[in-house]
Design a protein around this ligand. Structure first.
Ligand SMILES: O=C(O)c1ccccc1N[C@@H]1O[C@H](COP(=O)(O)O)[C@@H](O)[C@H]1O
Length: 244
């Protein structure tokens, strides 16, 4: 299955530097922090948030999540989103077959793997033409060596706070734990980010950091995003200095 990939240069992300996974991934320094808004499951909020022009929109296909898409969103609504927005399916320990079927149905160009997925599964998904974002939970330390097998097959890593649930815990971790990151895969910062972090994030410089993932901190109810608060956040983040 080959989902057409959005043109990254259209997103002003990069100068077309081949990514670690062999795709044309945004490895070159973006002109600002990329923004992924995750957990979309309400049609009205989806239209409002899409109009803000985030770089990525995430749809959660983990049945235990309060943000599980289920039957809440028609696949056509997702497929009809502007091609400039990367549509990301978020999965937890799902089979490759199911992920590919869902990606095709909803027109997803990317997968976010938020469980204990192996590097071999990342390889399968990457070879199927999907952009692969592998999430890792962060507690008191980050074992960068454990990430090495994933490097060739992932376009992005995502660091999220370890918690009771696989994701969406609404808690931040100590971002300084990433100050020693030296792998060639750019990453997103996730976990409890809210409007109160905007100023700090706009000037935050960590090696490899290229984007932020906004989720439960911008909701009126699980899966219902607050477009007003997101608009304020994007305005502040879009003013952020180039990511180096
Ligand atoms: O949000 C969820 O319910 C969820 C469920 C299962 C896997 C991932 C999930 N969300 C991801 O979790 C992080 C952090 O979210 P939060 O800011 O702490 O709410 C984010 O990457 C979401 O994509």
């Amino acid at each position: 299955m080959k989902t057409p990939r959005p043109n990254l240069s259209d997103m002003a992300l990069a100068a077309g530097v081949p990514g670690a996974a062999g795709h044309t991934a945004p490895l070159a320094a973006p002109s600002r922090l990329l923004v992924k808004v995750c957990g979309m499951r309400d049609a009205v909020a989806l239209a409002e948030v899409a109009a803000l022009g985030p770089d990525f929109l995430g749809f959660i296909f983990a049945p235990k999540s309060p943000r599980f898409v289920g039957e809440a969103l028609a696949p056509e609504l997702v497929r009809a989103l502007p091609p400039s927005i990367w549509k990301v399916g978020v999965f937890v320990n799902e089979t490759t077959e199911n992920m590919l079927a869902i990606a095709k149905r909803f027109g997803l160009a990317a997968v976010q793997l938020h469980g204990q997925e192996t590097s071999a599964q990342c390889e399968e998904l990457s070879e199927a033409g999907l952009l692969v974002m592998k999430a890792f939970s962060v507690g008191q330390a980050v074992d960068f060596v454990a990430l090495l097998p994933y490097v060739p097959y992932c376009d992005f890593f995502l660091f999220d706070t370890k918690g009771a649930a696989p994701g969406g815990n609404g808690a931040i971790f100590d971002w300084n734990l990433l100050s020693g990151y030296n792998l060639p895969v750019p990453y997103f910062l996730a976990g409890g980010l809210g409007l109160e972090h905007a100023a700090e994030l706009a000037v935050l410089r960590l090696p490899g950091l290229v984007g932020v993932d906004l989720n439960s901190g911008f909701e009126t109810a699980p899966g219902v995003k607050d477009a007003g608060r997101l608009a304020q956040m994007l305005t502040q983040l879009h003013l952020s200095a180039p990511v180096l």
